[in-house]
Design a protein around this ligand. Structure first.
Ligand SMILES: Cc1ncc(C[n+]2csc(CCOP(=O)(O)OP(=O)(O)O)c2C)c(N)n1
Length: 623
């Protein structure tokens, strides 16, 4: 790290990228060092991405020096490596609050700065959009520059864009492949091996060095798309990169630039264990606010999921498990060493992962395909065709179902109920706690039908604090947890415990609620719905999902179609908008999904019923 820390920081003098034009190469190098220092200082406090930003600091400085990204369009794939960019574009001071509610987002975000061209964090989309920007701006004298990582470039969308680009050859597009040999986990697959071979050979030839190192013969795979291949270039050689980008800019045509960087650059531990240091957790003192209900435990759903799959796989040799580049995030890293032949990391390839899962299932395997709720959106067509239409019994396990917290709008899993429910055949369920998750995994594997199980990014209630069940798990049957005359709550998945706690709060205020653990969106338990609507003046549905098309919609539709009195139902969930970043507990509170807010909401609505005309009178008035 920088030994110039005691001196005044150059970074502090930068108000915008135009200030970089005045610095020497040595000063630009120092600025990159200061950026790294800042990442090392702030991220362990706030929590967030670590190694990627350290690796890309030099490259970001060099690009901002040469291009004018108010005019030229700069797009960062995923954009988890955007911190150096944010520091150089007027947000260095704000960086202390990155990923905190109200502070800058952890990804690029046009609302924050004219230098942020895009809001995204799903991998592999940068080349398509940069190509569109370049094409759309073809009459302007500007460039589109995309940076994409070596784990993100094998995505289908990137390959489609490279292919299309060949037909729009003259566009002023520079695609920079930031090759650091890592995804979050080590990269997988044939392209990754090819990139390693290019770098090895260039190294042996002594050809990784300056910006003139255009070993076109090495990049034959990339040249096959019809683009000029430049590289491999040393992504920590400031002088070389500045010279290269100036030359490319002056030429006024497109190029595919292969840059070699070190993930975690400058931080000894992060360079050594790049997997561990991809991201860091927040320090305890500013750490996540505890959800204000007592029953949340310490063991994440993710770990319970992994344990359940491992335990089942030990008994059942047909069980196989798939992740799309998220072995740690999904918990399947623990599965891999014990069952190396039954574990697959497809890389960032959700569409392929689901298609592959369907093939394995057709061949008789019992397949767990674990993909975050938000990333499963990539594979909607595969859910439709390979899974639902072909009726393949894959068990799709969607971690991060609901509000994820600091990753915010791009990562919240708040649409999966709607997008899976829109497809026929798929059984859709969510556990209320850890033991129910175990049971659902086993039930789904035995069922031989397509299944989706969603669970949130949080710890499950501790076993000793779990509510006793009144009914063992059975497909399409909900569980009645408590009964009261003042209203009924149909709670789904992560909202069951908050709903129970809300009911307990209200019981102390003399309001008695029925609470059902709904368990299933499909098949929906009509007996639950009938009981709730027949026996109570008001029925609340509660879910951690967008209300559009969610669990509440399912209840409303079923009640209307079966003439059960749908107008008694009040759906509670997330609004028709995107949930911002912040701590998960804070965001749940903001959306009134914590137990205390739920209790108040229930009480307000029940109080509002008094003096209101009965349903029959209202109907009569309406006619
Ligand atoms: C569609 C999708 N799937 C999974 C992820 C999760 N994810 C975030 S960053 C990342 C690794 C990206 O690696 P690379 O593009 O090589 O960039 P690096 O971090 O190495 O700079 C993954 C898998 C994602 N953002 N988008």
């Amino acid at each position: 790290m920088s030994d110039a820390r005691e001196d005044a920081k150059l970074l502090d003098t930068i108000n915008g990228p135009e200030d970089l034009k005045n610095f020497s190469i040595a000063q630009l190098e120092r600025i990159a060092e200061e950026i790294r220092d800042r990442i090392v200082e702030v991220m362990p406090v706030n929590g967030g991405h670590f190694g990627s930003g350290l690796g890309i600091a030099d490259l970001t400085v060099a690009l901002h020096r040469v291009f004018d990204f108010k005019r030229d369009q700069f797009v960062l794939d995923v954009s988890h490596q955007c911190y150096p960019h944010k520091m150089l574009t007027g947000r260095n001071e704000l960086y202390d609050n990155i990923r905190i509610k109200g502070g800058p987002a952890g990804y690029t975000r046009p609302a924050e700065s004219p230098y942020d061209w895009w809001l995204w964090a799903h991998a592999g989309s940068s080349i398509s959009t940069a190509l569109g920007l370049a094409r759309g701006n073809r009459d302007r004298d500007s460039y589109a520059v995309a940076i994409i990582g070596d784990a993100s470039i094998p995505t289908g969308m990137s390959m489609e864009a490279l292919n299309h680009w060949a037909d729009l050859e003259n566009e002023r597009l520079i695609v920079i492949l930031n090759d650091n040999d890592m995804s979050i986990a080590p990269t997988v697959g044939g392209l990754s091996r090819h990139l390693k071979a290019i770098k090895r050979e260039a190294h042996d030839r002594g050809a990784i060095a300056d910006g003139n190192g255009a070993n076109a013969d090495l990049g034959h795979f990339w040249s096959a798309f019809g683009h000029r291949y430049v590289g491999p270039v040393d992504g920590h050689d400031m002088a070389g990169m500045v010279a290269l980008f100036e030359r490319l800019k002056a030429e006024g045509r497109g190029a595919f630039v292969h840059v070699k960087t070190v993930k975690g650059k400058g931080h000894i531990e992060a360079e050594k264990d790049q997997w561990k240091w991809h991201a860091v957790s927040p320090a305890k003192k500013s750490g996540p606010k505890k959800l204000e209900f007592a029953r949340v435990g310490k063991v994440p759903y993710t770990d319970i999921f992994a344990e359940a799959v491992i335990e089942r796989a030990r008994r059942d040799p047909e069980v196989e498990a798939i992740t799309a580049a998220m072995p740690c995030g999904t918990g399947l890293r623990a599965f891999a060493p014990e069952f190396p032949d039954r574990f697959y990391d497809t890389g960032i390839a959700e569409q392929h992962a689901v298609g592959f899962a369907a093939g394995l299932a057709k061949a008789g395997k019992k397949v767990i395909c674990a993909i975050y709720s938000t990333f499963m959106q990539r594979a909607y067509d595969q859910l439709f065709q390979e899974i639902a239409l072909n009726d393949q019994p894959v068990v799709l396990c969607m971690d991060r179902g609901g509000i994820v917290g600091p990753d915010g709008v791009t990562h919240n899993g708040t649409f999966d109920i709607a997008y899976t429910r829109s497809l026929p055949r798929i059984n859709i369920m969510a556990p209320a706690d850890g033991s129910e998750l175990r049971d659902m995994i086993n039930m789904a594997l035995d069922l031989g039908r397509p299944c989706v199980i969603r669970y949130p990014r949080t710890a499950a209630p501790e076993p000793e604090k779990e509510y006793p069940r009144n009914r063992a798990l059975e497909l399409g049957r909900a569980d009645l947890l408590r009964e009261g005359r003042d209203g009924a709550v149909l709670a789904y998945g992560s909202m069951v415990y908050p709903a129970m706690e809300a009911a307990e709060i209200l019981a102390r205020r003399g309001i008695e609620l029925t609470v059902w653990n709904a368990r299933f969106v499909r098949p929906l338990d009509l007996e639950m719905l009938r009981h709730a609507l027949d026996e109570h003046p008001i029925v609340f549905t509660v879910e951690e999902n967008s209300l559009n098309g969610g669990f509440g919609s399912a209840c409303l539709e079923a009640a209307a179609l079966n003439r059960l009195g749908a107008d008694k139902i009040l759906p509670i969930g997330l609004p028709d908008s995107f949930v911002e970043h912040g701590d998960r507990a804070e965001m749940l509170e903001e959306h009134r999904l914590d137990p205390a807010s739920l209790a108040n909401r229930f009480a307000e609505e029940i109080a509002g019923l008094e003096g209101r005309p009965s349903r029959g009178v209202r109907q009569a008035e309406a006619y």
